[in-house]
Design a protein. Structure first.
Length: 81
């Protein structure tokens, strides 16, 4: 009872990682890229200044409603109704 159970997949992964140490190095570089990233503290200020005013509706109403402010009016065709 000295050896604990190891699944077939875990055994495969352990063997693969032993034979391919570059995979572990690549994983470590990826982890450091996302979790040890340098933070630019001026970004929130720039984002706040560049933000467009909110219409409080959640999406551009003028894109689908002809009577919305700033919406383009359809061209007159000269035909009634």
């Amino acid at each position: 009872m000295g050896k604990a159970y190891v699944s077939e997949f875990t055994g495969f992964m352990n063997q693969y990682l032993d034979e391919h140490p570059e995979v572990v190095d690549d994983q470590r570089r990826g982890w450091e890229f996302f979790w040890k990233a340098k933070v630019d503290l001026t970004t929130p200020d720039i984002t706040r200044k560049d933000r467009a005013p909110d219409d409080s509706y959640g999406f551009a109403v003028s894109a689908w409603r002809a009577d919305a402010p700033g919406a383009k009016k359809p061209a007159a065709t000269g035909k009634p109704g």
